[in-house]
Design a protein around this ligand. Sequence first.
Ligand code: NAD
Length: 520
Amino acid sequence: MTTITDPEAVPSAEEFVSGNGGVLPHWKDGAPFPGASDRSAPVYDPATGRVTKQVALASRADAEAVIASAAAAFPAWRDLSLARRTGILFRFRELLNARKHEAAEIITSEHGKVLSDALGEITRGQEIVELACGLSHLLKGSLSENVSTRVDVSSIRQPLGVVGIISPFNFPAMVPMWFFPVAIAAGNTVVLKPSEKDPTTANWLADLWKEAGLPDGVFNVLHGDKTAVDALLESPDVKAISFVGSTPIARYVYATGTGHGKRVQALGGAKNHMLVLPDADLDLAADAAVNAGFGSAGERCMAISALVAVDSIADELIGKITERMATLRTGDGRRGCDMGPLVTGAHRDKVASYVQAGVDAGATLVVDGRAGNPQQHFDGAPDGFWLAPTLFDRVTPEMSIYTDEIFGPVLSVVRVDSYDQGLDLINSNPYGNGTAIFTNDGGAARRFQNEVQVGMVGINVPVPVPVGYYSFGGWKASLFGDTHAHGTEGFHFYTRGKVITTRWLDPSHGGLNLGFPQND
Ligand code: NAD
């Protein structure tokens, strides 16, 4: 048995993937750090149901040691020239691009999503690295000459210090990459607390940073649960927190972090609606509903889980969706299937219990993804955490399959009479992450983008995740804080402004004046 706990050794990517039954350590000062805690959690391969390794769960002292490493690295990193920082980011981008298949294998082995989807999330994360390569432009300040006689004013943005990034299981590469390239580019040091369900990608990324020449201590990984999160939220050395996860924890992180004087952006859960109007291209809409409903087994914060169909086209649309669902292959993500397993057995059971709740509440179960349905094409090991794509019709807004974020491959059709009724439904929902409208009527689409109370909107685009140079974030219970991720908002979040008013002496200066300074 190999354990990845020797602080002298940098484990290879292969060791990260296999784990060999060892305990995945934290990462600090540019090396694996076992910590002193005796707590750990199992990491599963969801396609086989087997435990492949353990991950360390930090004690308070372990967390403090990792935070201290990031704090010690901050002054030198802040003072490194923009040119050198840029060089390291470019090297990281090249290494990531060349070796992303390694990370994709790790993701599939711990999350379960199919390999092509795992590669897709890394590619979207890489966009943010590319954005951060332009740091010299994005960190520019401004100067106004002669605002008063011989007085100039300039504004600059400076890094905050140590920033904590707390990420969910569903995007072990992309979500951390929404944040850390920007935080590092802006001159901060980072402690990443990944999900304990699929933690290994974080160590792989740390190893890659080291290879790219990032100074030790600038990027650190802290594995753990609430103990690790609370240490980040309470430490006076941590100046900002970027959190992504479920709404109850996002609310807690926002309240606790801001209560400790930190800048916090906490992205929460979602219930994303796709409104299909009668004039839509129904083949396009059916493809979109299947892709966005069942991609990554519905474990995406931007997944479509509520299909809002105007009644006159609902039967035809459901027919087209059902035809497409009959062709989907559920199975091991390494075998070219369309959809993989759910992340854990407990999560699969929870999602399956929602399917039963929908049946009990009187919704029409059009396609049943639970075991034993002969419609399913299945290619996986018997003990994996399987649930095939599931479709409900005639779902009503008070049913739990509509009100709750299920986070699985369950698509609910809610029928409405009109655009207005569909819009009201979407705007009454407590979440506001993403939404989409399918229509060929430009006027209706334009009204929708204006009237819908959701942070990210797609028009004939079902998963409208913005490109890296725009910012990602929802409204209402999908985001606590006022700054979205990446884009210029990301650079704003990880820096604070300073304004400098300068007067250089002139022979004519001087004289006493106790009045408030005025410009002339
Ligand atoms: P989660 O809230 O269970 O966990 C997120 C993080 O919080 C993890 O690192 C976890 O270790 C930590 N955590 C869990 N319980 C905690 C507690 N009691 N105290 C402190 N920290 C705790 O979320 P998850 O199940 O990993 O991820 C799925 C959720 O994330 C879904 O709700 C999904 O919508 C959401 N999500 C949102 C976005 C977005 O952009 N808004 C993106 C991805 C995922």
